[in-house]
Design a protein around this ligand. Sequence first.
Ligand code: SF4
Ligand code: F3S
Length: 104
Amino acid sequence: TYVVLDNCIRCKYTDCVEVCPVDCFYEGENWLVINPDECIDCGVCEPECPAEAIKPDTEPGLEDWIKLNTKYSEIWPNITVKKDPMPESDKWDGVENKLQFLSP
Ligand code: SF4
Ligand code: F3S
């Protein structure tokens, strides 16, 4: 699976949802996640994210992120159409450790 990491938080550019062939993105107030059970590992979303927030789970150390993507994809609604990024997205892009800002 691919997973969304914390640099998406407070940015939410949503370019990723447009390209996903199986529509497996789910939207919270200030973060998007991928449903790992639905993702078919096509990889097309990774280069679309301006915040470079999407990575394949073949990279080491992503276990906690897979758990969070799984958890929230079961709670949040599906998103399939691009929308405006969050108001201060460019300011927040690149800020480290943004999980503390997650609005669950
Ligand atoms: Fe969707 Fe492909 Fe990205 Fe998985 S890797 S979330 S299937 S676009
Ligand atoms: Fe987030 Fe990047 Fe998609 S910022 S909404 S993962 S395009």
